[in-house]
Ligand binder design. Structure first.
Ligand code: MN
Length: 258
C-alpha cells in the first residue's frame, strides 16, 4: 500500500486518531487585552444575513467579524516589527503547515506559579528524556491553561499589575528562535508570550525573536493533554489572508494509538 493509503486505513481503523487542538470560535472566545493606550482587537462576531426567511428563504448564512489574532490562531512573521519584511500569513508555504510536533508538559509548574517561565535548561532536560526537538516542527508548550478558556477573566488572569499567565523566558525565546530547529511555538495561552512579558527585556521576547527569525506562533491550543510527548503530526490551517499578520486557524494533530 502507498503511504497515504496506509494512513487512510489507519485513520478508518482508529489506529491513527485526529485530535482537535482548536478552541470553539464564538463571541465568548477570550481575546487579548492590551493596555488602554493601544488599539484593541475585536471578539469574534456572527452577523446573520438570512435564516430561511424573506432575506433568503431557503438558506442560512452569516458574515463574521474577527480579529486575525482571535481564538486559536496563527502568528505570521510580519506580525511583529522584527519580522516586518517577512512572510504575511498568505505567504507561509503550505508545506510548513503540516509538520511534526512535540509536547512539553509544564502544567504542574504553571499550576503552582501562573508566571512560570520556560527556560533553555527545561527544554534541554526534556530533550535528554525524549530526544531532540523536531527539525521543521513545532514545540507545543502545555501549561494546563486550556482549562480556563471558557472564561475571559480566568484565561487572562489579570490583577492591578497586569496579566499573569505562563510563558517563555527572554533567553529561551532567543534560543528557540535562533538555535532550536523548530519552525514554531504553540501555546495554550492568549499569546505566545507570558502575561507579564510587557515588562520583560525585550518586551514580548517570543514575538520579537520568533517573528524576527521567520518562525511562527500558534496560540490558544486545546487538548494538548491528549498528545504524546513525541510523534504527533500537526496540521495548522490559517486562512490565506493576503497581507495578513495571522489568522484564526483550525489546528489538528494526528496521533498513533497503539
Ligand atoms: Mn497572535
Amino acid at each position: 500500500m502507498s503511504i497515504l493509503a496506509t494512513l487512510a486505513d489507519a485513520l478508518s481503523r482508529g489506529a491513527v486518531e485526529v485530535v482537535d487542538l482548536t478552541a470553539p470560535l464564538s463571541a465568548e472566545t477570550p481575546v487579548i487585552q492590551l493596555p488602554p493606550q493601544f488599539a484593541q482587537t475585536g471578539t469574534f462576531r456572527l452577523e446573520e444575513l438570512s435564516r430561511y426567511d424573506d432575506r433568503g428563504p431557503a438558506w442560512y448564512w452569516n458574515d463574521f467579524r474577527t480579529g486575525e489574532h482571535t481564538g486559536t490562531h496563527f502568528d505570521a512573521p510580519n506580525h511583529w516589527v522584527t519580522g516586518r519584511d517577512g512572510e504575511d500569513v498568505a505567504s507561509v508555504p503550505a508545506a510548513r503547515l503540516v509538520a511534526p510536533a512535540v509536547v512539553l508538559d509544564f502544567s504542574a509548574q504553571a499550576a503552582a506559579d501562573p508566571d512560570f517561565l520556560l527556560e533553555v535548561e527545561h527544554v534541554r532536560e526534556w530533550e535528554s528524556a525524549h530526544g531532540p526537538l523536531p527539525a521543521g516542527g513545532w514545540l507545543l508548550y502545555r501549561t494546563g491553561w486550556d482549562a480556563r478558556a471558557d472564561s475571559q477573566e480566568r484565561f487572562l488572569n489579570a490583577d492591578d499589575t497586569g496579566p499573569h499567565t505562563p510563558g517563555i523566558s527572554p533567553s529561551c525565546a532567543r534560543w528557540l528562535a535562533e538555535e532550536a530547529p523548530v519552525t514554531g511555538l504553540g501555546v495554550e495561552t492568549v499569546g505566545t508570550d507570558a502575561g507579564a512579558a510587557h515588562s520583560f527585556d525585550p518586551p514580548f521576547p517570543c514575538h520579537a525573536a520568533l517573528m524576527g527569525s521567520g518562525k511562527y506562533g500558534l496560540t490558544q491550543l486545546q487538548n494538548l493533554a491528549q498528545l504524546p510527548p513525541t510523534g504527533a503530526l500537526l496540521v495548522a490551517g490559517p486562512l490565506p489572508i493576503v497581507g495578513g499578520s495571522g489568522s484564526p486557524s483550525r489546528v489538528l494533530a494526528l496521533v498513533e494509538r497503539g
